[in-house]
Design a protein around this ligand. Structure first.
Ligand code: SF4
Length: 296
């Protein structure tokens, strides 16, 4: 395997705030994908821009790029939605990014747990915006509607990779079903922003990346992210190639030309990275393009 380029070298966070957030999370028995996924961006994100993990730390699928435990999903914690309110208050969050493991063992895939959490956050922290990054709920449109009816400001669902690599990377998922999640979300609420992303460095070609970006745009997606895949632990899928920052920049321009309202593309980009800032910038871009079309 190639040596990891130096642009991934980031310090391990050790500040007082980092330790404080660790104590809060462990006292409430909450997880973040920042820790569970060994994300290299923690120094930039903890404690105010973290991505919180709902429904435990054990996933029912076995994607080969992921280090989350793939066995024995835990029983749902009925207090978890209120614990998310507690952590939002204790960390004075103005924006909360929620994601989850995939829970194919639950009848609605956990959609009502998402909805309850979003509703409680809106009720108890009135100024907060909540973004969700959801699994595909096995294509269940009622489950999708349950989450959307709770009014997240952004609904994300990651396509993760190009269709040719699905069997190898996401054996229990389907490329077309994931595109349908994005398409159906827009049909259910055309005003809510949708977001998706893919990882590079898994063996995809440039043509495949551009075709996938176009598919995602055609599904009505507003915001798009590209980042370098990093092997989260030994045994996970190998990094096939480190894509250069210049190539990422090229995809940024391609995405902008395709008409995404927001595109972020650089090696350390993750769908949850600086989500509040990315949301605000996308809203500005939409508002300025609306003003321009009014002027024209
Ligand atoms: S990029 Fe996302 S997963 Fe990584 S530390 Fe930031 S919020 Fe957490």
């Amino acid at each position: 395997m190639e040596k990891m380029p130096e642009w991934f070298n980031k310090p391990i966070p050790r500040s007082g705030q980092f330790r404080e957030s660790e104590v809060i999370l462990s006292s409430l028995k909450l997880h973040t994908i920042c820790d569970s996924g060994n994300c290299p961006n923690r120094v930039d994100c903890v404690p105010h821009d973290m991505a919180f993990l709902l429904m435990g730390n054990h996933c029912t699928r076995a994607c080969t790029f992921c280090s989350v435990n793939h066995h024995n999903p835990e029983p749902l914690d009925p207090d978890e939605p209120m614990k998310m309110v507690e952590v939002a208050k204790r960390l004075s969050l103005t924006y909360m990014f929620l994601t989850s493991v995939t829970r194919d063992d639950l009848p609605d895939g956990g959609a009502s747990h998402y909805a309850e959490t979003i509703n409680l956050l809106h009720e108890n922290v009135p100024s907060i915006n909540v973004e969700v990054l959801i699994p595909d709920f096995k294509g269940d449109i009622n489950a999708l509607k349950t989450v959307i009816d709770a009014s997240p400001c952004v609904l994300g669902h990651n396509i993760e990779t190009v269709p040719r690599l699905y069997r190898e990377m996401r054996p229990q998922a389907s490329y077309l079903r994931s595109l349908d999640v994005l398409r159906n979300a827009k049909k259910l609420n055309g005003k809510m922003l949708t977001k998706s992303g893919i990882m590079l460095g898994l063996g995809e070609t440039k043509e495949e990346v551009i075709e996938t970006m176009q598919d995602i745009k055609d599904a009505g997606c507003d915001m798009f992210t590209l980042g370098q895949y990093l092997q989260p632990e030994a045994g996970a899928h190998d990094v096939v190639r480190y894509v250069t920052p210049e190539e990422f920049e090229e995809y940024l321009y391609i995405g902008q030309d395709m008409g995404f309202h927001g595109v972020a593309s650089f090696p350390l980009m993750r769908s949850s990275f600086k989500a509040e800032y990315f949301y605000a910038e996308t809203m500005k871009s939409i508002s300025s393009s609306n003003n321009q079309s009014k002027t024209i």
